[in-house]
Design a protein around this ligand. Structure first.
Ligand code: HXC
Length: 519
């Protein structure tokens, strides 16, 4: 072969590699409404930025005659490129090659990309679409998974890791996405479970569909395994690009600043009237969030799961900020097991990646009852407390309305090293709500009043007295637990000024191997 032929041979090999498992299988992939691995990467990265690695890697398996069936690149496409001009490493499993099932060499390709991402401090994005372990390879495939898991673990808190599920993700394969920071699933075609419907049926007798067992709807509402549900792959890819824009490259950097024309001192008059006079009336906390952040833009995480608490990313004067807010519109914004876990994980993500935290509080307390106690609300609530207390990033808290009992402490109070704790004049900061308090404090006196009118009058008077004393922010402010009571419409300005003043914050936790968060 002369040199010209060698170049032609290379070009041909590249073309073959780009066809993955071949045109028929690509057609089959398209017919299911799915894109191929390379199409997904092209859509995800800035145009023309993709540099592929290991295109000529093939599997080494000789079982079941597999040595006769080889595809250049094997079942995964890996490499690097940019999103909004910043480097990311990617891998996308190629369903057209042995159903994207994981071979030993595929694992090596993924690990190489992950190692490079760690070396340069860049996010890792994995697109999952795979039949799991390559059955013909046996235990080497399992070892390959474990190599990936270990890298997921070591990369955790060092570089952001994002997993898109655009097809099957079953068996132990689910644990790589589960170890990453964010999971995104498409409404159609994606599912995740440890064991599929057939095994479930044979082991437990339960009849259940793939969708009900591990589809996007289930994981985005019931299990909380997935953080985002998207209509289709294109929307999913747009969402990953948006998510990346809020994140730093690694734990030693800050997230990029995005210039805004939204004035920092913009007054949002509607906020002065947003909290209803009746403390039992709900309102939508999202209106407050949209009203104070840059350009009203908020990327909600875990939107369909534990809706009594809201978490997500926004910007204040261009600075990426994590927001955690109780949602009075759902279960009165109470803290339960799921809400505690959801918020704790988000707080820890923000803290790991130097993203300041804003907490908006309207919480009546922890959800009472045997259901919650049996489910371990003590441990789960402690997770959120731990996450806030351990976090060293700038923390600003604004109490909007209720802040009662243990939930007051948990929601980034002053003593959990809250940096600036503000309250609206509508705030109620106390051990418990008026009705409950009067029942405890005046129970004997109430029982002694047999005349119903007299009893009602007594309760009304005592409740009013309690409310006057405690259903306000001023007792907490008189102790300095609240740094200032602020006018609601001026919240954006006060929050921005607080974070500006915290830009140089330095806080280091005691040296230790690692903490022991109540898992
Ligand atoms: C080898 C596989 C494969 C696998 C699919 N294929 N899964 N090859 N190992 N695990 C191949 C098929 O033979 C087929 O090859 C092609 O991929 C497409 O598969 P189809 O079945 O035609 O596609 P579809 O009908 O869409 O069904 C997709 C599927 C199904 C639901 C994923 O293929 C399936 O059930 N596969 C097996 C899943 C599984 O049990 N995996 C092991 C799980 S245990 P051709 O040549 O026809 O195109 C596990 C342990 C991990 O993963 C542990 C980690 C710790």
């Amino acid at each position: 072969m002369n040199n010209v032929s060698k170049v032609a041979d290379l070009i041909e090999k590249r073309q073959i590699a780009k066809l993955g498992g071949g045109e028929k299988r690509i057609e089959s992939q398209h017919s299911k409404g799915k894109y191929t691995a390379r199409e997904r990467i092209e859509m995800l990265l800035d145009e023309g930025s993709f540099e592929e690695l290991d295109m000529f890697v093939t599997h080494r398996c000789t079982n079941f005659g597999l040595e006769k069936e080889k595809y250049l690149g094997d079942g995964v496409v890996t490499g690097h490129g940019t999103i909004h001009g910043r480097v990311v490493y990617v891998f996308a499993q190629d369903f057209t090659v042995f159903g994207g099932s994981l071979s030993e060499t595929m694992a090596l390709k993924i690990c190489k990309a992950m190692d490079m991402a760690m070396k340069v401090g860049a996010p890792i994005i994995g697109i999952n679409d795979s039949g799991g372990a390559r059955i013909q390879e046996g235990v080497t495939s399992l070892a390959g998974y474990a190599e990936i898991f270990e890298r997921n673990i070591l990369a955790s808190g060092v570089v952001p890791q994002i997993s898109a599920i655009f097809g099957p993700c079953a068996g132990g394969a689910v644990y790589s996405p589960a170890l990453t920071d964010f999971i995104l699933m498409t409404e159609q075609n994606s599912y995740m479970f440890v064991t599929g419907p057939k095994v479930v049926k044979s082991v437990t007798g339960e009849d259940i569909t793939t969708e009900d067992l591990g589809g996007a709807n289930m994981h985005n509402s019931k299990s909380g395994v997935s953080h985002f549900k998207v209509e289709d792959e294109q929307k999913g890819i747009e969402l990953i690009r948006e998510l990346i824009s809020y994140l730093p490259q690694n734990n030693l950097e800050d997230a990029p600043i995005e210039e805004t024309n939204d004035p920092i001192n913009r007054l949002e008059d509607s906020l002065n009237e947003i909290v209803p006079d009746n403390p039992n009336m709900p309102y939508d906390m999202k209106n407050i969030i949209h009203g104070i952040v840059d350009d009203g833009k908020f990327l909600e995480v875990h939107a369909g799961y534990a809706r009594n608490i809201i978490v997500g990313f926004a910007r204040f004067n261009g600075v990426s900020t994590g927001i955690i807010a109780n949602q009075p519109n759902f279960l009165a914004g109470v803290l339960d097991c799921d809400a505690s876990r959801k918020a704790a994980r988000f707080v820890r993500f923000c803290d790991a990646f130097n993203i300041p935290i804003l907490t908006l509080v309207d919480v009546p307390g922890f959800l009472p009852g045997s259901g919650q106690e049996y489910a371990g609300i003590i441990t789960h609530g402690a997770k959120l407390m731990f996450a806030y207390g351990e976090a060293t990033v700038p923390k600003v808290t604004v109490t909007i309305r209720k802040s009662y009992g243990g939930a007051h402490d948990v929601m980034s109070c002053k003593q959990l090293r809250g940096d600036f704790n503000y309250a609206w004049p509508t705030a109620e900061i106390a051990v418990m709500g008026a009705a409950g308090a009067i029942e405890v404090l005046e129970g004997r006196a109430i029982k002694g009043l047999t005349d119903p009118t007299e009893r009602a009058k007594f309760i009304e008077e005592k409740t009013a007295e309690y409310k006057d004393k405690f259903a306000n922010p001023y007792q907490a402010a008189s102790y300095g637990y609240i740094d200032d009571v602020i006018e609601p419409r001026n919240t954006r300005f006060r929050v921005i000024r607080a974070f500006q003043a915290l830009q140089t914050k330095k806080l280091v936790n005691p040296l230790k191997k690692h903490s022991n968060i109540p898992l």
